[in-house]
Design a protein around this ligand. Sequence first.
Ligand code: GDP
Length: 303
Amino acid sequence: MLLTMRSRLFNPQLSSLCHSLPHSHKSHPSLLAFSASISQGPNSLHASAAKAQRPVALSEAARFVRTVLFLPPGVNPDDVTDDMILPGSNIVLGPYAGDAKIKDVDFVKSSNRPKDCPKDDRPEFAMLGRSNVGKSSLINFLVRKKEVALTSKKPGKTQLINHFLVNKSWYIVDLPGYGFANAPESARMDWSSFTKGYFLNRETLVSVLLLIDGSVPPQKIDLDCANWLGRNNISMTFVFTKCDKMKGGKGRRPDENIRNFLELIKENYRQHPPWIMTSSVTGLGRDELLLHMSQLRNYWNNE
Ligand code: GDP
């Protein structure tokens, strides 16, 4: 059931689209520019996606974008129109999107081992990322409550799997951050034995949200993690954090960092995984990410 579910969350038609991609698609920046230029709010996006519109003529940019899109279940590539693409992402909104509001959130439990996690079959999304990537900020910003994610930051709790129940129907799971940059080797989390078991065995895992700092160039530890998840066919979404750091700073802009990252991991993915730009400072990507999560979750619940 697990493998069937996971593979269903990736539309098989997308793989053929992606295989037709040129090897070095340097025009990728246009994807970002194009997606970011779409101005409709998420509700109008949802409404138009749900209405199953008549296909309309696609712009040049949209035609290219279609080759690198993530198509959720229920969407035919030929029916994709500009306004179905979530701004700042490669994610198409499909007929399963809806109920994206978070009304309440309750901390349920911290588990030492994957087998201690809740066993009630509710769908869940696991948040994973390097220490300091902005995971706590993102969780708090998604649920719009301060300090929800602080549990995992308490001393001694850093290696626990924390379950938060949203709207009494699905879970956000806060996983331990990996790669404490300044810790001695012995103090670093043994990611292999601890978290890999969770990914490989958790039947209710709808998608891993792998958080990547969009304000810095691709880091080896994140690439290793993304490649491992890809090779193991774990359903996942790249959530690029700190995308407000667009100007003035040292180094490259988030869109270049993201493009480089996606280029470096693509060999390990059979089709383009969904990705989205976020900022818990400006609010960028919040509603879009929740809509994306809703369509994966609703599909899961309906199958
Ligand atoms: P965690 O260790 O992954 O839980 O990371 P935190 O949420 O504690 O954030 C680490 C640091 O990054 C803190 O100083 C945050 O203020 C900062 N940070 C988190 N999210 C953002 C963001 O979207 N934009 C910016 N500019 N800084 C952020």
